[in-house]
Design a protein. Structure first.
Length: 308
């Protein structure tokens, strides 16, 4: 376990901080509250909104709408990571996300790219993306950490145990919080060894990725522990609970049928407020307006409780 990381550079968390005490990462907005990341899935098969924004025109319009509604960052992805999803070729992923990122960046929207491929991440950064959101934490393509090291951009390292067709078979833990922290620490140490500035790393516990409902709830109630890995200073944490199956299961009808994905948006808002109050750096959501309100509620709660 690493005991390094106390000497971040001026581009990382040793630099400016938001009034809340959270980090201001280069190229991204700083705020006195948890940030809101709006999701644009340029896919025909994503679990929550598959097909709704499949096509450059629809996706660009959706990204601009999310920004106008209060999204601090718009996350653009071209490959579904729902359980059981099959991978798409890299050229198809690029075809989907390239024009969307270019147009949103041209409009001044802070854009992140949701990808596990270095070649897609590189093209996205060249098109104007400011953050790479890698659900595999560098495991799917070891070239991504090297690219991040070269580019000097913020990097989301998520807890991941395998691709979508394998991950739910690996949702086995004795101590989910401890094991996720240990596995995230190994990924952080690995990407830093590849040259990534630790001050640019954001960690994600990977809700729903090789996690059952109980695992997700345990992680959500231990965000402070998730942010502290080994001897590193606390990392900013991003939470992606929006429309996840564990919310639909919680809200199941009396006959046991799971609540449809889009009908769990109110529950998502509740999780957003709680995560913001617990100190999350950012929430990744499909609908922005109510979540933008929720992070402000969470920040007020946090300040009243004496948090920062």
């Amino acid at each position: 376990m690493s005991d390094a990381g106390t000497g971040t550079t001026g581009t990382g968390r040793a630099g400016a901080r938001a009034p809340s005490g959270g980090p201001v990462l280069p190229g991204l907005p700083g705020a006195s509250r948890c940030l809101v990341m709006g999701v644009v899935n340029v896919t025909p098969d994503s679990f929550s909104d598959g097909g709704s924004w499949f096509g450059a025109g629809a996706a660009i319009a959706r990204g601009l709408e999310l920004a106008a509604q209060g999204a601090d960052i718009v996350d653009v992805g071209g490959e579904s990571t729902r359980p059981g999803a099959q991978r798409v070729p890299a050229d198809e992923e690029l075809r989907r996300v390239g024009p969307v990122i270019s147009e949103l960046a041209r409009a001044g929207v802070p854009v992140s790219v949701d990808t596990m491929r270095a070649e897609v991440a590189r093209a996205a950064l060249e098109a104007g993306a400011r953050l790479v959101n890698d659900v595999s934490g560098g495991l799917a393509d070891p070239g991504i950490p090297r690219l991040i090291a070269e580019a000097g951009v913020p990097y989301v390292v998520m807890h991941w145990r395998g691709h979508s067709d394998q991950m739910q078979d690996r949702a086995v833990y004795r101590d989910v919080v401890g094991e996720v922290r240990e596995e995230l620490l190994r990924r952080v140490d690995a990407v830093v060894a590849a040259g990534v500035d630790p001050g640019l790393i954001i960690v994600d516990p990977g809700l729903g990725f090789a996690k059952l409902a109980g695992h997700n709830w345990a992680l959500l109630t231990h965000l402070a522990e998730v942010s502290r890995l080994g001897g590193w200073p606390a990392f900013p944490v991003i939470i992606g609970a929006s429309r996840k199956r564990f919310l639909g299961t919680l809200l199941a009808a009396p006959d046991g049928s799971t609540r449809p994905f889009a009908d769990s948006d109110d529950a998502t808002v509740a999780v957003t407020a709680l995560a913001a109050a617990a100190g999350a750096w950012c929430v990744r959501v499909h609908e922005v307006p109510a979540n933008a309100d929720a992070v402000r509620v969470g920040q007020a709660w946090r300040e009243a409780a004496g948090g920062r």
